[in-house]
Design a protein around this ligand. Structure first.
Ligand code: NAD
Length: 362
């Protein structure tokens, strides 16, 4: 198969972690007989330095011409970087919002996995962390409260602010379809999270999710109120497979879920549109504090590349091979500085990439 991948190395540790992820993808291509064509795209601070803006039309066209985008991360240190002296729409982060919008990426996927080897990093009690967990938060990314009409007015000397939470059934249906399709590739359970006891938008969400569920009889559906879900994530995270939810609930719950893993350098993410196209990036930022030192953990980016193989290219065996390589390297005791613990062997970003490459096989 020919894989056309656009690469946004970005800023900070971005170029280091993307370089390692590409090494792993190249090994996958070699083992499984695929051909990869990479196109490099500038975005964020790297684009500001060259073009004066964080995202150009050419960059968007190049991304659209690819089958998927692999990204490192963008942004710098807001206190010291000259990028943050620019107006907000010219800063690095504007590039990210711009490309998400241009590519119509409405579904955000964030897996939160507790690897047995890293269970010591989990802040939960051992009787909970011992069970491990492997969940995926699917968050609607382009609707809801963050995109509704908003205003602040003053009435009779009292300031009043309004934000509007709007969803139409098509927006709910398209993400629900994605959620069920992905659950089918996993443990076949969807937990749809809403606040249907209070909000009309949640009641519509629940109705539409139930309609979509009828097309996926092999996937179990449960509904959970968002406040209960926030509790269950720390009480019994092992119960979850796919958590399907709207924009703001997903924003909060995905951060909570990732923090209970305790390892930011391990967390992948994907943003998808209604085709097979997706943008894959680690959940963490550009870590300017450790950029250029070859000590960043490349695993989140490598696992994002595995998600790309699975969701944009339907190459499940190849994705399994990458995920297995990560588990083998952890089992063998190799750790980058961020996940280092006693008795393990500390390795650099490059060395971790090499160790993963060695462990990818058919
Ligand atoms: P961050 O995630 O970059 O860093 C937080 C802490 O985690 C730092 O101590 C960092 O060294 C560490 N860390 C992060 N990733 C790591 C890795 N792979 N290996 C080892 N350690 C790692 O968050 P921040 O410091 O708040 O943000 C820095 C910059 O990143 C900002 O400009 C921010 O806007 C940007 N950012 C970008 C994205 C993105 O590109 N999607 C997401 C979040 C933040």
């Amino acid at each position: 198969m020919k894989l056309k991948i656009a690469c946004i190395a970005g800023d900070g540790i971005g170029p280091e972690i993307v370089r390692e992820a590409r090494k792993v993808l190249d090994k996958v291509a070699q083992c499984f007989g695929h051909e990869i064509e990479y196109t490099d795209i500038l975005m964020g601070g790297a684009s500001i330095d060259v073009h004066g803006v964080p995202l150009t039309e050419e960059a968007v066209s190049a991304a659209k011409a690819a089958d998927a985008v692999l990204m490192g991360s963008i942004g710098g240190d807001a206190a010291t970087s000259p990028w943050y002296k620019l107006s907000p729409e010219r800063r690095p982060e504007a590039g990210l919002l711009g490309i998400r919008k241009a590519l119509n990426l409405f579904a955000n996927l964030r897996p939160a996995i507790l690897y047995p080897e890293l269970s010591g990093a989990c802040p939960l009690k051992t009787e909970i962390s011992d069970k491990g967990f492997d969940m995926l938060i699917m968050r609607e990314l382009t609707g809801g409260l963050y995109f509704g009409e908003r205003k602040t007015v003053e009435e009779n000397g009292v300031r009043k602010a309004t934000d509007t939470l709007v969803y139409d059934e098509n927006e709910i249906r398209r993400i629900a379809v994605k959620g069920f399709a992905i659950a089918q590739k996993r443990k076949k359970k969807v937990t749809s999270v809403d606040k249907a006891n209070v909000l009309d938008s949640s009641r519509l969400w629940r109705n539409v999710v139930e309609e979509v569920a009828k097309d996926y009889p092999e996937v179990a559906l449960e509904h959970m109120l968002v406040d209960n879900c926030a509790m269950q994530l720390v009480k019994d995270p092992a119960q979850f497979d796919v958590i399907l939810t709207e924009n703001m609930f997903g924003d909060i719950l995905s951060d909570e879920a990732s923090m209970v893993t305790g390892s930011i350098g391990m967390l992948a993410s994907a943003s998808l549109n209604d085709t097979k196209f997706g943008l894959y990036e680690p959940s963490h930022g550009s870590a300017p504090d450790i950029a250029g030192k070859d000590i960043a953990n490349p695993i989140a980016t490598v696992l994002s590349a595995a998600m790309m193989l699975r969701y944009s290219f339907d190459l499940d065996k190849e994705a399994d091979a990458v995920e297995a390589a990560v588990q083998e390297a952890l089992k063998a005791g190799y750790r980058t500085a961020d996940i280092m613990s006693e008795g393990c062997r500390r390795v650099s970003c490059t060395e971790m990439g090499d160790l993963l490459v060695e462990r990818v096989h058919k």
